[in-house]
Design a protein around this ligand. Structure first.
Ligand code: ADP
Ligand code: MG
Length: 340
């Protein structure tokens, strides 16, 4: 058993920098929680307060229901495992026969064994950030394996949204020392609470456009750059339920939810192709609509004919649109999601 609970946790450094404001989170036994956010948002500070490496300025940290604010790191049953070699030491210990190991590996295994024996919670602070892309992918799989074998509580810090999405049972998205949203990967992707989360999660990032939301009866439409597209599905229902009035909104559409076409219809916007990034299985098309808005459109390569692919050169005129159910809406002033 190892739950971790942070209540009103605050960190003010000696130079009066408030690194963490009022942090509240209940981490369940065996949960894998990821703190993610841009550099300087307070991830490491929060983790180090859990570890006992940083004094807590306000609030409480509890492990298994016991307040640990004044406990030394060694008395908290926590392991700070922050580099790839240490992680491999634990996986070696758990998975491989000692006889098959080299001298160096055996040394790592001894450290790994001690960590597993003494720790109920594993903390990791950007353990993969110094590795190249290929090694990072391999190590990510190693961490997933480790988690399955160890079946204990993890808090993992990263600035990389892909790592957060692939590793976390729940993700804590932070900015400027404040939690923005806590949720499963699916929740933060599908129901971002505000513009920051919407743009931070997902790559390439969500297209954001200022446009009008028009209410006609109980139907809603958006009108970006001359197109008229009805809001359908759950989003349409929620706009109605919340009695959202029409007006100016920030419309968000993910690149993978955009559609490319080669002829005009009432729901398309004419656009000019600026950059065509060939990614192998998909194209990332950077296009501009007539109002000067830049959009990124992700198109599966297999959906295009050879002739269509050949036509997608710099300056090409194309048409873009998106379905009614994939839209996100944010208040232009508060930047909060209008329906969640
Ligand atoms: P992250 O890990 O998300 O990049 P940190 O927790 O390291 O962020 O830092 C959060 C904020 O606290 C930043 O503004 C950083 O400059 C500041 N900070 C971190 N450590 C110290 C310190 N020892 N003294 C003063 N300010 C610090
Ligand atoms: Mg950090």
């Amino acid at each position: 058993m190892a739950s971790v609970k942070l209540t009103n946790v605050k960190k003010v450094y000696d130079n009066n920098v408030v690194a963490v404001h009022d942090f509240n989170l209940d981490i369940k036994d065996k949960e894998f929680v990821v703190f993610v956010g841009p550099s300087g948002c307070g991830k490491s500070t929060t983790l180090r307060m859990v570890a006992g490496l940083e004094e807590i300025s306000g609030g409480t940290v509890e492990i298994d229901g016991e307040v640990v604010n004044d406990l030394q790191p060694k008395d908290r049953n926590i392991a700070m495992v922050t580099n790839a070699a240490e992680i491999l030491g634990i996986t070696d210990y758990l998975l491989r026969k000692p006889r098959a190991l080299s001298g160096g590996q055996r040394q790592r295994v001894a450290i790994g064994r001690a960590m597993v024996r003494d720790s109920k919670v594993f903390l990791m602070d950007e353990p993969l950030s110094n590795l190249d892309a290929k090694l990072r992918n391999q190590m990510r799989a190693e961490i997933i394996l480790l988690r399955q074998k160890l079946n204990t509580t993890f808090i993992y810090v990263t600035h990389d949204q892909t790592e957060a999405m692939t590793l976390g049972d729940r993700i804590v998205i932070m900015k400027d020392g404040y939690i923005q949203q806590v949720g499963t990967p699916a929740e933060v992707f599908e129901k971002p609470t505000n513009l920051f989360v919407a743009e931070f999660i997902g790559a390439p990032k969500m297209n954001i456009v200022k446009t009008s939301l028009v209410k006609e009866g109980d139907k809603y439409f958006v009108t970006p750059c001359g197109a008229k597209i009805e809001v359908t599905g759950e989003k349409g229902e929620l706009l109605n339920e919340k009695s959202v009035r029409g007006g100016e909104v920030l419309l968000g559409v993910r690149p993978e939810h955009m559609k490319l076409s080669f002829e005009a219809t009432p729901d398309t916007m004419p656009a000019r192709l600026e950059v065509n990034e060939m990614m192998g299985s998909e194209l990332h098309l950077h296009v501009f609509t007539e109002d000067g808005t830049r959009w990124i459109v992700r198109v599966p390569t297999i959906d295009l004919t050879q002739a269509q692919r050949a036509s997608l050169v710099n300056g090409a005129e194309v048409y873009i649109t998106f379905e009614g159910k994939v839209m996100h809406f944010f208040d232009p002033k508060t930047e909060k999601n209008l329906v969640y």
